[in-house]
Structure formats: structure tokens, C-alpha cells
Design a protein around this ligand. Structure first.
Ligand code: ZN
Length: 134
């Protein structure tokens, strides 16, 4: 199955600081913010030409993004690859021995089904597979 980089996720402490920063960097406005309550995460999206960036902020202290920042600091959190059939791809890479962080695709931001691959199997990089919901 072909992979295409869909977006890069960046963990930040506060949207208040980081949204204006990325708006300045890309000379564009944040086109969408969305809360993913099930994950305790707020997301903010930027598009520059074909390149999409997702900022991630913890909804409350001690959330997954907070824990990530505590351990590794602010910065790149994951790379998301778009696949045509997330169910088939999850099965394929599971058979190849990769550890999936969720057994079934879950609802992600930006109208996507998503699955995460454990970074211990991918040289420390958290990989997100995503598929646009039909
Ligand atoms: Zn993402």
C-alpha cells in the first residue's frame, strides 16, 4: 500500500503562543481548530501548499500531550501517513510484527480514522496511519 505524508504533528504547551507563531512562519492563518475529547487533545491545523501541520495541546494538565512534553519537550510528536484502506494496512503491519496502539481504527481530528504504531517498533517515531472518512 502506498503511503503519503498527510501531516506532521507537533506537541506544544499552549495554542495561545504557538498558533500565532506558526501563522507567522507559514504566512497563513490556522484554518481549523478541533477538540478530540476522547484523547484529551486540542488540535490546530495549518496548510502551506500541500504541507499540513497539526499542533497538539493538552486539554488538561497530565494529559497525553503534557506527558510527552514532560519527557521529551515540545516538538515533533508524530508523522501521519494517509493510506487508502486503514483496516487492510493495520492487518498487514500487525502481521509484520509492529505493535498497534489501538486495535481498531478510532475517530481522529479532521474527519479521519486513525491508528497509531508504537514508536518502540519504528525507531522512536510515533507513526499515525489515517484514512479520510467516507
Ligand atoms: Zn495527527
Amino acid at each position: 500500500m502506498e503511503y503519503k505524508v498527510e501531516h506532521i504533528g507537533i506537541a506544544v504547551k499552549s495554542f495561545e503562543k504557538s498558533i500565532p507563531l506558526f501563522e507567522k512562519l507559514f504566512n497563513t492563518t490556522c484554518y481549523k481548530t478541533e477538540s478530540v475529547d476522547a484523547e484529551g487533545v486540542n488540535t490546530a491545523f495549518f496548510l502551506n501548499n500541500q504541507s499540513k501541520i497539526e499542533l497538539l495541546e493538552s486539554q488538561s494538565p497530565g494529559g497525553v500531550i503534557d506527558k510527552f512534553i514532560e519527557k521529551r519537550g515540545e516538538g515533533m510528536h508524530h508523522i501521519a501517513f494517509e493510506v487508502a484502506d486503514i483496516y487492510a494496512e493495520m492487518q498487514r503491519i500487525k502481521n509484520e510484527g509492529f505493535t498497534l496502539l489501538n486495535e481498531h481504527p478510532k475517530e481522529g481530528a479532521d474527519n479521519k480514522l486513525v491508528c497509531f504504531v508504537h514508536p518502540k517498533d519504528t525507531n522512536g517515531v510515533l507513526i499515525e496511519l489515517c484514512q479520510a472518512k467516507k
